[in-house]
Write a protein that binds this ligand. Structure first.
Ligand SMILES: *[C@@H]1O[C@H](CO)[C@@H](O)[C@H](O)[C@H]1NC(C)=O
Length: 380
């Protein structure tokens, strides 16, 4: 403990007794700069740098000088303007301007013989270190192969030969879809960029199925242009077009139909008759029964039904008055049957008087046409 105290005290005493040497200013550096940020006392270091476009002779970079007990140690360096030797020549190309020596910041431009493309920086400049930067370019022949896109065609752009930056735009034939970029550019490496597209045949996923109907043909995949036909079960009708086809965008068009239940408008009214039930609309299979006013006979089908074409079938009946004439047969007597008036299905049976013989049928029925059937007999 005592020793540390002693050392501390003697250090303090020394500092007070002998102040550090101060080297002061190191002088002037023309076209350069001195950094005194450490200070100028014994052991401090200054850093000397040249202004842009100037450099120390021989060696580059900042230089340091230390403050010693005799003052700054060493000789203050001087900064000279940077000069560059001509940049390198390149194969199949040249540069300009051509001079013996260039000063800092001078720019030279490279160019290639015609038909060749500069790969790299066109211009280089005389930089701080007395060399041209960046590295000189090279002259290369850029030529992209004739682009071959199967099932595709050239739409617009350059024509062969395809040099640097030539562009070509493709389109796929109809029914093919493009995978990749339609426009390609010939790059410095003689390759098309971003890479030739391909044209793939359009296929469609199966179209939607419909309730109450079927589609044909039924497959896992369809190709462009393929047609699918829809049909509905009996009693259903298609809401839209029957067929759809696989279109360019890979979907079936137009939208598929649906199968909707067939409905019928009410069947026709008939003269002197009616039908039942009476509704606003009927669905497939609904039947109505016709009837005639009293005394009239239904001629035709009593029952008609809503059929798959949306109409009632068969045709409605008519109501007619059936009345057969009073049957008068010479030399015959009425035996039995209906009483007048003789309506539909009225019967009459006759017998010939003695001495007469019947030709024809003895029993006659009054038919729809108001005639006796099969036809009144005669007694001979
Ligand atoms: C272009 O120059 C670069 C850099 O020097 C080099 O890597 C590249 O291969 C050159 N390209 C061609 C197509 O020669």
């Amino acid at each position: 403990m005592g020793i540390i105290y002693f050392l501390l005290l003697s250090c303090l005493g020394l500092a007070i007794a002998a102040p550090r040497r101060n080297c002061g200013s190191a002088g002037e550096v023309e076209n350069g700069h001195i950094d005194y940020s450490e200070g100028t006392e014994f052991g401090d270091k200054i850093v000397i740098t040249c202004n842009p476009g100037y450099q120390f002779i021989g060696k580059q970079g900042p230089r340091g000088m230390v403050c010693g007990d005799q003052g700054w140690m060493g000789k203050l360096p001087s900064c000279k303007a940077v000069t560059c030797d001509p940049p390198p020549m390149i194969v199949d190309g040249t540069f300009s301007p051509i001079k013996e020596t260039y000063s800092y910041g001078d720019i030279v431009q490279y160019s290639c013989q015609s038909g060749l493309t500069l790969n790299g920086s066109k211009s280089v400049s005389c930089s701080d270190d007395g060399t041209f930067q960046p590295a000189p370019p090279t002259c290369i022949m850029v030529q992209c192969k004739d682009p071959d896109v199967k099932n595709g065609e050239w739409v617009q752009g350059s024509r062969p030969p395809f040099g640097y930056k030539a562009t070509v735009t493709f389109k796929c034939r109809s029914g093919f879809i493009m995978n990749g970029e339609s426009t390609q550019t010939c790059e410095i490496n003689s390759e098309w960029s971003p890479g030739l597209p391909t044209c793939e045949m359009v296929t469609c996923e199966p179209p939607p199925t419909v309730a109450g109907g079927t589609l044909s043909p039924s497959k896992d995949k369809y190709v462009y242009g393929e047609v699918v036909q829809y049909s509905c079960e009996k009693g259903f009708t298609l809401s839209a077009l029957k067929s759809v086809s696989c279109s360019e965008d890979g979907t079936f068009k137009p939208a598929p139909p649906t199968c909707i239940t067939v409905t019928c408008e009410p069947p026709p009214m008939i003269v002197d008759g009616t039908f039942s039930p009476i509704k606003d609309t009927y669905t497939y299979g609904d039947a109505v029964l016709y009837s005639c006013q009293n005394g009239l006979t239904l001629n035709g089908s009593k029952s008609v039904s809503c059929s798959d074409d949306g109409t009632f079938q068969p045709a409605p009946p008519t109501c007619i008055m059936v009345q057969c004439a009073h049957p008068g047969i010479e030399n015959a007597d009425w035996v039995q049957g209906s009483r007048p008036p003789f309506g539909h299905r009225a019967t009459a049976t006759f017998k010939c008087r003695s001495g007469f013989i019947m030709k024809g049928e003895s029993t006659q029925i009054c038919e729809m046409d108001s005639q006796w059937s099969p036809g009144l007999p005669i007694c001979e």
